[in-house]
Design a protein around this ligand. Structure first.
Ligand code: APR
Length: 249
């Protein structure tokens, strides 16, 4: 354990709340956003991931998500996704709040998954974010309309848009016995602020190769890949029968 880090130790509960980001899917072959070879190095996010971009060049935006959908479908859950599902199957409550639009948590077997930034395998109305649909066969095309007559778009939250599920995510975080943040650069609000909603006596662990640079004071940094760290953490919690910080990490 990092020197000087105190385990609040008051909690021996079994409710794990996870905030995951692109890094948890990196070992499944999906690119992150802000690495040197990340998606936002190759594409300008202003051209792809904003309502303005969709108005200006919807075909370019739809193409980007078509390509990413192919990659998501090819990818398989990795050891990190599977470890979280295993903990849930063993009787812990595991609430996953993910910024990811892939479905790898669900395919690993996690049942309580909230997609803060939406889901690439669904579509929605462009005038009403509550009007969501399965993906049309072959993907979304110009002219595919919602029940209110507006163009369908990917069911993802773009920059500059509200995050409708955030208030519920905060309520969940407030119930955590331990908050596990994994594979996110914590650059995007409001997700980056979720840890502030966790109870003061709930430990917070951040698993990310860059954890030492990213962790706020009071957050335990674990500078490792998710596929290494999560199976080990989960083994420890299963052995103990409750959540808590291992003495040696
Ligand atoms: N295990 C754990 N973490 C990893 C791994 C790995 N194997 N590989 C990379 N990482 C870490 C990186 O060190 C980085 O801190 O994953 C993080 C990914 O950060 P970003 O690319 O910024 O992704 P994320 O934080 O999920 O982005 C948030 O930004 O553009 C948007 O909407 C998009 O949901 C996304 C949001």
């Amino acid at each position: 354990m990092s020197e000087g880090f105190k385990d609040p130790g008051a909690r021996h509960g079994r409710h794990l709340v996870v905030l995951s980001g692109a890094g948890i899917s990196a070992e499944s072959g999906l690119r992150t956003f802000r690495a040197e070879d990340g998606l936002w190095e190759e594409h300008r996010l202003e051209d792809i991931a904003t309502p303005k971009a969709f108005r200006r060049d919807p075909e370019q935006v739809l193409r980007f998500y078509d390509d990413r959908r192919i990659q998501v479908r090819r990818a398989r859950p990795n050891a990190a996704h599977k470890a979280l599902a295993e903990l849930e199957q063993a009787g812990f409550r595991v609430s996953v709040i993910t910024q990811n639009i892939d479905d790898l948590h669900e395919r690993a077997g996690s049942r309580e998954v909230m997609h803060l930034h939406g889901e690439i395998l669904k579509s929605r109305s462009s005038v009403d974010h509550g009007l969501r649909y399965p993906l049309p066969r072959g993907g979304i095309r110009l002219g595919d309309l919602c029940d209110k007559g507006s163009q369908l778009r990917p069911d993802v939250v773009w920059f500059g848009e509200a995050v409708p599920l955030y208030a519920i995510a905060e309520e969940l975080a407030a119930e955590a016995d331990l908050l596990l943040i994994v594979g996110t650069s914590l650059k995007v609000m409001p997700a980056s602020n979720l840890y502030a909603a966790a109870p003061l006596d709930a430990p917070i662990i951040l698993v990310d190769p860059d954890a030492h640079e990213l962790a706020e004071p009071g957050v335990l940094p674990l500078a490792e890949n998710a596929g290494q760290a999560l199976p080990r953490l989960v083994r420890h919690w299963l052995y103990q029968g409750h959540l808590g910080l291992p003495d040696t990490l």
